[in-house]
Design a binder for this molecule. Structure first.
Ligand SMILES: [Zn+2]
Length: 398
């Protein structure tokens, strides 16, 4: 698979300088996994953030753990072996307390024994954990190689049962996205690259899905680039036939690869393509009141503005002799069962009926569309080229 992939496309090599230039000196936390594969491409994922003195964290391992921290008196990093298989950590009065012992560093790293994994709050993770205090918050950061991170996020961002080619497409998109975020975070000198939620990419630690491991291995180091820079390869479940280039309010100058001019008709048979949501008038009134809008006796609801792509920009709500306007973005964030930004709305008796297309934000790759393209015989590079126009596949030097 990998050979034919390489035959079709000439992979330019992304000079290590693109990545490493931004990694160097950008973080207070030096890379520590010297023996880990691709140690130069390490991802920092925020998995917990609490008030510094408000959290207690539990870590477990079946074998001894190691703590690495800077020793001021020695002027270098030191490693301490921890025999206990369970560690309780909290922060108090300027120090971390680790299994009852005071530890004065405001930042340290916990590592498993070689080849082992750590359990953090019941979930197993590859790599190590960095604990640090910043602006009166304690951050717990999972620190692991890029390839292991991609393998992990595919479990949540993909469908293990789908064909290998589809998961290869997702692996390249997820890798491109996180590499772009890594560069952005390190330029801004942030303490982490991405969060572990769907704000970025859902990351839930280690899994044993062989099909996903294979998709990662077959695309190892491959990313999508635009003018030799990694692209923020966004994707959603189903685009609903929206033409992203026609969407209003997206900065396509900044991300021209998201301005797809061609409609994706591949997802039309997907069960997510069309949706309907019926809610009671009273339920919508309650929701709007919770958000500070004084709406009672709702008499009508209409879409008052849509952009050229069909994305709802503004909704007008009439009730108790008032006319209120709500932006499409706000209603989407308030009304969780709304599946997308593309819909019509009607009032029928005491029911409010939304009928729409797609599932998600309509930008970038459409996952159900990509699945259908694979069924029609398209290969990974063609699919990525369709959803992210003007991009090239390049290979990170690992
Ligand atoms: Zn689609």
């Amino acid at each position: 698979m990998e050979l034919s992939f390489k035959k079709i496309y000439f992979f330019l090599i992304v000079g290590i300088s693109i990545i490493s230039a931004c990694l160097q000196g950008a973080s207070d936390i030096p890379p520590v996994a010297e023996n880990d594969e691709g140690a130069q491409h390490m991802v920092r994922v925020l998995i917990s953030q609490k008030d510094a003195e408000g959290g207690v964290w539990l870590l477990e391992s079946l074998s001894p753990m190691y703590l690495r921290a800077f020793d001021v008196s020695l002027g270098r990093y030191r490693r301490y072996r921890i025999e206990q298989h369970r560690i309780e950590i909290f922060y108090k009065a300027g120090s971390f307390i680790i299994n009852g012992k005071r530890f004065s560093n405001v930042q340290f790293e916990l590592m498993p024994s070689e080849g082992k994994r750590l359990l953090f709050e019941g979930k197993e993770y590859e790599g190590s954990f960095i604990f640090c205090v910043h602006n009166e918050s304690c951050l717990v950061i999972s620190y692991l190689s890029l390839e292991k991170y991609i393998c992990s996020v595919l479990k949540s961002e993909s469908w293990p049962g789908w064909p290998l080619e589809v998961n290869m497409v997702f692996a390249v998109a997820c890798r491109s996205y996180v590499v772009a975020k890594m560069l952005q975070a390190r330029k801004k000198k942030l303490l982490y690259d991405v969060k572990n939620t769907n704000i970025h990419q859902t990351y839930q630690g280690f899994h044993t899905q062989e099909s996903l491991k294979k998709a990662v291995a077959h695309t190892r180091g491959l990313i999508l680039t635009h003018k030799k820079k990694p692209v923020m390869a966004m994707f959603d479940s189903c685009c609903g036939g929206i033409i992203p280039a026609h969407m209003h309010g997206v900065n396509f100058d900044h991300a021209p690869y998201l301005a797809r001019q061609a409609a994706c008709n591949y997802c039309k048979d997907s069960k997510l393509y069309r949706w309907k949501l019926e809610i009671d008038q009273h339920e919508l009134e309650n929701l709007l009141q919770c958000k500070g809008l004084n709406v009672t006796a709702l008499s009508d609801i209409v879409i008052s503005k849509k952009d050229k792509a069909g994305i709802v920009q503004e909704i007008t709500i009439c009730g108790n002799n008032k006319i209120l306007k709500v932006s499409g973005k706000k209603l989407y964030s308030w009304l969780k069962p709304l599946k997308s930004y593309s819909y019509i709305v009607k009032k029928r008796s005491r029911k409010i009926i939304f009928s729409g297309t797609g599932y998600g934000h309509h930008l970038g790759m459409c996952q159900w569309g990509a699945h259908a393209m694979v069924s029609e015989g398209y290969r990974c590079p063609e699919i990525l080229g369709f959803y992210y126009p003007g991009t090239q596949i390049m290979k990170l030097r690992c």
